[in-house]
Design a protein around this ligand. Sequence first.
Ligand SMILES: [Zn+2]
Length: 140
Amino acid sequence: MARIRSSGNLTTEQRLASLLRDAGLAGWRRHFRVAGRPDFAWRSVKVAVFVDGCFWHGHGHDCGRNLSPRTNVEAWAEKIRRTKERDRKATQRLRQAGWTVVRVWECQLAKDPKRCLDRIRGALPDASDPRSRSLSLLTL
Ligand SMILES: [Zn+2]
């Protein structure tokens, strides 16, 4: 069962990985072992990026991808509710530990990849800024 979930996420993650490479954003690691196992993490500057599948993570009603299942509605709703709760706690724990957390919805990445990329870039310190270099040295 776990395979179904991770393979469902994989293409979206791979898509973001190639977007990051194309944008020249390097240095991230996949599934770094901190709260929530972020899909992408820049450890030295403490930036974590999650790509959330719209169905599993319960995206809102205006999201076209969050199709309601026709059977076992309550079981699905409970599962999704727990996933959302886990997401919320992971974000909270990371922020308390000084991380910047960016969550990207699967549908946003498909519709407007540039905007998603801008959000991630905005969370990362500017490499040309000397202050960010000293920041990353301090936290290494
Ligand atoms: Zn969505």
